[in-house]
Design a protein. Structure first.
Length: 301
């Protein structure tokens, strides 16, 4: 398949890494570049947005979108990885929280909270991945950091199993959330299953199965790149401005009023570039997608 440009929403299967999913699609579209917008562990399933071709420049914007998960936790036990992948140890005579006690602590975990990531994570410590250091038996100390929990709801609670529906921002570790909720209840927990049900408007219901990936299915399921940046401010460029942006030039926009990255579209609604303020009167290209935009327009016609 030549000149592929767009997004694919994959339902990542259990036991596969995000890299496995990328490699599977890469084999079909080679030599087109493929990247994923947000890692899912092998234990997790669900929405994995892949960016193909020049769309890989938009990965950071997909990562900004809110996420939704359904996480299953087992109370009364702990592991070094905070999930079933590590060595699980059951506590002796742990307390059995009531539903009322559970509901009472959940408000502490909504809004902006401080979270300590699991030591088995891809976070870098002095240039090395935390999970590599942990597997080598090193003492890994990770700092807490702010994350956003938009909403938190109990789906089912039948001790020891607790199922939560979680809406959150980028960078949230769901297994750490389960661990910390359990600690607030005077016990411990490990994550037993995780489904990412949505990233923005990309839902698990609309995702394609990894086993179904082929030239034909990708052509049908390819999503326009504009869907990756709908949460950004946008502006329509004139034909002259498209030409300037295509050549990496700054455009005049007196008192444009933008403070961050902006999706710059042509008259047909195709994404030409991501631009940002250079001065209060000028916008500069940050990611130039003009050539890819012309390809998309050709395909549409």
């Amino acid at each position: 398949m030549a000149a592929v440009y767009g997004l694919i929403n994959i339902n990542k299967p259990l036991g596969k890494t995000s890299r496995d999913a990328v490699n599977c699609v890469q084999r079909v579209v080679r030599p087109v570049k493929v990247g994923h917008a947000g890692t899912l562990d092998p234990l997790a399933t669900g929405v994995l947005v892949l960016c193909l071709g020049p769309a890989t420049r938009l990965i950071q914007y997909v990562q900004q979108l809110p996420k939704r998960y359904v996480g299953t936790f087992l109370l009364g036990r702990r592991s070094d990885s905070d999930d079933l992948e590590g060595e699980v140890v059951e506590l002796e005579n742990p307390p059995i929280p009531t539903m009322a006690e559970l509901l009472a602590v959940l408000p502490r975990f909504t809004g902006t909270i401080q979270q300590r990531p699991p030591i088995f994570s891809a976070i870098k410590v002095k240039g090395k991945r935390a999970y590599d250091l942990a597997r080598a038996g090193k003492d890994v100390q990770l700092e807490t950091r702010p994350v956003s929990i938009h909403d938190l709801r109990v789906v089912r609670y039948d001790y020891p199993e607790l199922v939560l529906d979680i809406g959150c921002g980028s960078g949230t570790y769901i297994r750490s959330l389960g661990r910390d909720i359990a600690e607030a209840l005077g016990t411990a927990a490990v994550m037993a299953a995780l489904v990412r049900t949505a990233i923005g408007d990309f839902t698990v219901e609309s995702a394609m199965e990894l086993r179904d990936v082929s030239n034909e299915s990708l052509a049908v399921h390819l999503i326009p790149v504009e869907d990756a940046v709908r949460h950004l401010d946008s502006t329509e460029l004139t034909s002259d401005e498209v030409e300037l942006i295509s050549n990496g030039r700054t455009i005049d926009r007196p008192q444009h009023g933008f403070s961050g990255d902006v999706a710059a579209l042509d008259a047909a609604g195709h994404l030409v570039a991501i631009v940002a303020p250079r001065t209060p009167d000028h916008l500069r290209p940050v990611h130039n997608l003009a050539v890819a935009s012309k390809y998309a327009a050709t395909k549409a016609n």
